[in-house]
Design a protein around this ligand. Structure first.
Ligand code: F6P
Length: 539
């Protein structure tokens, strides 16, 4: 593979970064000089608004970024993905999560969607009863990573749409505190467990599943398992071996990556929470974004623009992190969901052909719901001196309404992106303090502390309202952004070999931490690991 960093498109961007960023105007100066900046650098599509006018871009930069998109043939890669070519080369797999949200899905997808619909109807109609004859009240999803983060995030995001009589719980951590504290709130007779695991071998999930099964069997007997356990997996043989009735298994396929699996039966807890019709609206929103992504030119393509801005910030302006700041309590789990989506997909240094990447790849993604983040880490965004691009996400209308809250929430969101962009000059700080009655001497003393550099880039994404369709659009938008960036960096966004090594080492250490094997028999242990194990095993 030839290197992206030596292409004329890349070199032009490097030159532009010097002229437009290092030696160019500040964001504040750009806004002062360009009254139409918002109109020039924002885009509306199917109800969503993307404002990227507070990014360090000019028309020339955007044209050069779009030229980069064309140079790597994104439309060609989209076509290869959609026909089922094994673009996940290191695992030899196709990448077909888009097929899960087609309005007329292929037969196997349609079959599982029907199974999900029927199961939702049984639970919601209280036709499905537990072993004691009572209806199900609590649903516990046991899964981790892609088998947890998506349904958990989306269930909270769509809390305003939930079926009032069901409570959803998500258990992921291997630490018994997670399952034990959840089970302490539950009545076995009215609880249904969903064991969600693509492979059905993941240590965390299988340990939690076994413990949940023991808890249930201790209370209701072995025969109760059939009424209280269902599974979602690609590995139906392992599901059967675990003792779950095949009729209670919901299948998905190896062409669905874990972090792209919300749209499959992994979305079952979400469908149970919001109802099957709402789940279908989520798929429809994602499909609408797929259509837009697959057809719109780069200049008017929301995922393309977000991906290209990320490339600009990471590879040309030197940003090494990205803050996700949803001004929505319901999107509280979105940063964590996007962490897996972006960092597990694109946190790589080897290209598709096995050669090293010659530039930075995925930035560290982090974040928190606004306004909570304002009272935690925004100080560093404003005055910490690092370049940290931010994605602000907000909704025009609230999903939960209490008088006065939403206007104040939006005011905070817009004020933060404005403050990060403008900053405050020393003269402005002095003038404000004098106007507030401070002495000249005190104002001079405080001026350095009250001066803000600004120039911090951000994008603001506005949704009309948080509902199944718009959430589908939002999540598909980020999926496609990740896809585009992976192609530009030349990496396979769909494998995750880095996660596997830690799993292997943990399996090797388990006999030692469990005290079943003496430490000196594992002579290749480094002194730190051996010392830590010895310390925890001390009586
Ligand atoms: O974190 C690694 C990973 O393989 C993810 O890609 C996946 O989402 C998660 O583990 C859970 O895997 P499974 O669904 O097979 O239990």
């Amino acid at each position: 593979m030839s290197s992206i960093v030596t292409t004329p498109e890349w070199l032009q961007l490097a030159d532009l970064a010097r002229r437009e960023f290092d030696e160019g105007p500040t964001l504040r100066e750009r806004f002062a000089a360009e009254p139409a900046r918002f109109a020039d650098f924002s885009l509306e599509c199917d109800g969503l608004l993307l404002d990227y006018s507070k990014q360090h871009v000019s028309r020339e930069v955007m044209a050069a970024l779009c030229a980069l998109w064309r140079s790597v043939d994104i439309p060609g890669w989209i076509a290869r993905m959609r026909v089922g070519e094994a673009i996940n080369g290191s695992e030899g797999r196709a990448v077909l999560h888009l097929a899960l949200r087609e309005p007329q899905p292929r037969a196997e997808v349609a079959r599982v969607l029907e199974h999900m619909r029927d199961f939702c109807a049984e639970i919601h109609g209280a036709h499905w009863r537990g072993a004691t004859g009572e209806p199900i009240r609590d649903i516990v999803n046991i899964g981790i990573g892609g088998s947890d983060l998506g349904p958990k995030m989306a269930t909270q995001a769509l809390a305003a749409h939930r079926q009032a009589h069901l409570r959803l719980h998500f258990v992921s951590n291997l630490d018994a505190a997670h399952l034990a504290t959840t089970m302490a709130q539950l009545n076995p007779g009215t609880t249904l467990f969903i064991i969600a695991s693509k492979t059905f071998t993941t240590q965390e999930t299988m340990s939690n599943a076994r413990s949940a099964r023991q808890w249930l069997v201790a209370a209701l007997g072995e025969a109760a398992v059939a009424r209280h356990f269902v599974a979602v997996s690609t590995n139906l043989a392992a599901v059967a071996e675990f003792g779950i009735d095949p009729r209670n298994s919901f299948e998905f396929w190896d062409w669905v990556g874990g972090r792209f699996s919300l749209w499959s039966a992994i979305g079952l807890p979400l469908a149970l929470s919001i109802g099957h019709e709402n789940f279908m609206r989520l798929l429809a929103g994602a499909h609408a974004m797929d259509r837009h992504f697959c057809t719109a030119p780069a200049e008017r393509n929301l995922p393309a623009i977000m991906a290209l801005l990320g490339i600009w910030n990471t590879n040309f302006l030197g940003a090494d992190s990205l803050a996700i700041l949803p001004y929505s309590q319901s999107l509280e789990h979105l940063p964590r969901y996007l962490q897996q989506l972006e960092m597990e997909s694109n946190g790589k240094q080897v290209r598709r052909d096995g050669t090293p990447v010659s530039c930075d790849t995925a930035p560290v993604l982090w974040g928190e719901a606004g306004t909570n983040g304002q009272h935690a880490f925004y100080q560093l965004l404003h005055q910490g001196g690092r370049l940290i691009p931010c994605d602000f996400i907000a909704c025009r209308q609230a999903d939960f309404v209490l008088p006065g809250h939403h206007a104040a929430l939006l005011a905070n969101c817009f004020a933060q992106s404005e403050a990060l962009m403008r900053g405050r000059t020393r003269d402005e700080a002095l003038a404000e303090m004098r106007a507030a009655g401070l002495s000249a001497e005190r104002s001079e003393q405080l001026a350095p502390f009250k001066t803000f550099p600004g120039d911090q880039p951000s994008t603001t994404l506005l949704l009309p309202r948080l509902e199944p369709y718009t959430l589908g659009q939002l999540l598909a938008l980020y999926e496609h952004k990740v896809f585009v960036q992976g192609i530009i960096w030349g990496i396979n966004s769909f494998d995750q070999w880095g996660v596997e090594y830690g799993k292997q080492l943990a399996a090797r250490l388990l006999p030692l931490t469990a005290g079943r094997q003496a430490i000196d028999t594992a002579s290749d242990l480094d002194s730190s690991t051996a010392g830590l194990i010895a310390w925890v095993l001390e009586p």
